[in-house]
Design a protein around this ligand. Structure first.
Ligand code: SF4
Length: 384
């Protein structure tokens, strides 16, 4: 009898896409997918660290699996928790994981459980296609640069080939995935004395970001979108996540010109106060974000913007929170993922700031924004 495996995925869509590649790796080694976690010979937990709660869920599930089965299955942990351990040169985080979960047989980085395998997809109508992995931005609250490492773009041709194959199999909807899809290809464009060479043969200079007083490398995401839109059979192209500071004019024009590109655009703002944005290491002001939303809506007919917002970032005053409420009101978001700040290991915010907004106050701010953006009841008057 072939051995069976079960993958439990925590966290974001990127982890779900990774799990499809891990599944492919197990099948290539002769394993069969198990319908339930309870009957699997090997259980893989693909983990998330975005909040402490996500880590606690993994620890709880490990105890549950080990305690509820007569013969314990092999338990493998991968994903963000192992990514963090692999990049922690002190070895402290790995030791901590081993102490927390002695029942685990192996802690394996994604690369060792099939990250480079083709995805095994059950649903072929809508496919999630990773275009890059990791992030170079180091927003002070975010653990991703420590769990996934620096941004690496997949080769342009590999992505196109994967989508062409999916289209032949009947796939109609594609979502391109990356921590920041807008910066896709910054590591692929070739630099010479004149500047950066783009796929259309043009050479462009790095773009100066005035308020940061630094240069931004041109990226090739708009070209990738154009090529994906040309693939026969693909009807809708979506992408996530997209950051405001490199949402270029060229990207807006590309969206406007290609009706296949979804008009629902997710652009994380995180806060609407300039001081908070600065301490978050987000490279834009509230005004610049609102100007971008305005520009997109004026150029792309039917565009709807959704977002991510963190409430209770260290030091966020009531006044600063009110600025976020004001921005949310002006931006007229279609919806928002509102979250309460949670200190994450190794991040600059954890090292430099005190998590000083009381839980009760975080709850209050969460309710106000969630109601304002995601529910019909208008609580704007509740801000004081
Ligand atoms: S851009 Fe996104 S993934 Fe990268 S550090 Fe900032 S929040 Fe994290």
């Amino acid at each position: 009898m072939p051995k069976t495996f079960f993958i439990q995925t925590f966290g974001c869509q990127q982890n779900i896409a990774d799990s499809q590649r891990i599944a492919s790796y197990y099948v290539a080694r002769g394993y069969q997918p198990s319908k339930t976690l309870k009957s699997a010979d090997e259980v893989v937990l693909n983990t998330c660290m975005i909040r402490q709660q996500a880590e606690d869920k993994v620890t709880g599930l490990v105890k549950n699996i080990a305690g509820s089965r007569e013969i314990k299955p092999k338990i493998v942990i991968t994903g963000c928790m192992v990514g963090m351990a692999a990049r922690d040169e002190t070895g402290k985080y790995l030791n901590d994981l081993k102490q927390r979960m002695p029942e685990v047989d192996e802690f394996l980085p994604l690369e060792e459980v099939g990250f480079n395998y083709p995805a095994l997809r059950n649903d072929l109508t809508h496919a999630w296609v990773p275009i890059s992995n990791g992030c170079n931005n180091f927003c002070t609250f975010c653990v991703v640069p420590f769990t996934r490492g620096r941004e690496i773009s997949r080769p342009f041709a590999d992505i196109i080939k994967e989508i062409e194959d999916l289209a032949v199999k009947g796939c109609k909807v594609i979502t391109l995935l990356g921590q920041n899809v807008n910066s896709y290809g910054a590591d692929l464009v070739k630099k010479d004395a004149k500047g950066y060479k783009l796929p259309n043969g043009k050479t462009v200079k790095p773009i100066m970001v005035k308020h940061l007083n630094r240069f931004r490398i041109p990226t090739i995401f708009p070209y990738l979108l154009q090529e994906v839109c040309k693939i026969k059979g693909i009807e809708t192209v979506k992408f996530i996540s997209s950051n405001p500071w490199d949402f270029s004019n060229q990207l807006i024009e590309t969206i406007a010109k290609n009706p296949k590109i979804d008009r629902n655009l997710h652009i994380a703002v995180q806060a609407g106060d300039d001081q908070v944005l600065k301490r978050m290491n987000r490279w834009y002001t509230a005004k610049e974000y609102l100007d971008l939303v305005k520009k997109i809506k004026s150029k792309v007919k039917g565009a709807q913007i959704s977002t991510d917002i963190i409430v209770g970032f260290p030091g966020e005053t009531k006044k600063q929170f009110e600025n976020t409420v004001k921005l949310a009101t002006s931006a007229d978001f279609a919806y928002a993922y509102v979250s309460k700040y949670s200190a994450r290991p190794n991040t600059a915010a954890t090292k430099a700031f005190v998590d000083d907004v009381p839980h009760k106050e975080k709850d209050r701010r969460f309710v106000i924004l969630d109601q304002l953006i995601n529910h019909s009841g208008n609580l704007r008057s509740a801000v004081h």
